[in-house]
Write a protein that binds this ligand. Sequence first.
Ligand code: GUN
Length: 279
Amino acid sequence: MATRIDGKTLAAKVKAQVAEEAAKLPRQPGLAVVLVGEDPASQVYVRGKEADCGGCAIRSFPYRLPAETTQRELLDLIEKLNRDPAVDGILVQLPLPEPLEEAAVIAAIAPEKDVDCFHPFNVGELMIGEKGFYPCTPASVMRLLAEYGVELSGKSCVIVGRSNIVGKPLAMLMLRENATVTICHTKTEYLKKECSRADILISAAGQAGLITGDMVKEGAVVVDVAVNRRADGTLCGDVVFEEAAGRASYITPVPGGVGPLTRAMLMKNTLYAAVIHGK
Ligand code: GUN
């Protein structure tokens, strides 16, 4: 039976470290969290992020805008936050309501305040650079693997999902650690075959039940990034947990795996932003 990877405990440790470092800075780090509209899932995420700030000695600047907000109004707010010296990080919760244009909004955030690491400059840095922001979810996956001593060099890592938020940036971080990376997606012809040769299998597809036990190689490390809601309201990932846990060496639960640490990584990025602003 696989060892359960505990993201909650590690998240608490990372947040405590952030709080300690933040308290040493000459000025309290600040994170602006912008939510446009009333998407219920986004409201929950945003409240969680603001609560994390409180526990990390980070000041939060909440902005709640109506769904009818225009592109110009949103860009004006971002420009104001870009100029505000008390704001170290800016997070615009996605998805944005239509017809707002996400790409233009992300590009308007000053790269040095882009704690999500979504700005094209930071995405480029992630690909070819050596320092800068790490996007929160991929950073969380990498930290969990490191914490449990999972060696990546030379290993076969298969990522299911090619999003800009998870799949693509995670592939870059794994490549940096000398993994052999395969990205699978909805058009992948032989998904089971690809997955079953993975030493490290990451699922970020957002499809409950997608990864069954027979897709997991004996002794593989399984990381489930997805958060899906069942009909009864409970949460689950993409992986059929009990089946996969019977074959894997390590496995992340949902909830309690990648998710809590992702939020902690946002706090870490805000601290990093405050440190670079102080220089
Ligand atoms: N929506 C879903 N995940 C994220 C995230 O990591 N950052 C932002 N800004 N929006 C999201």
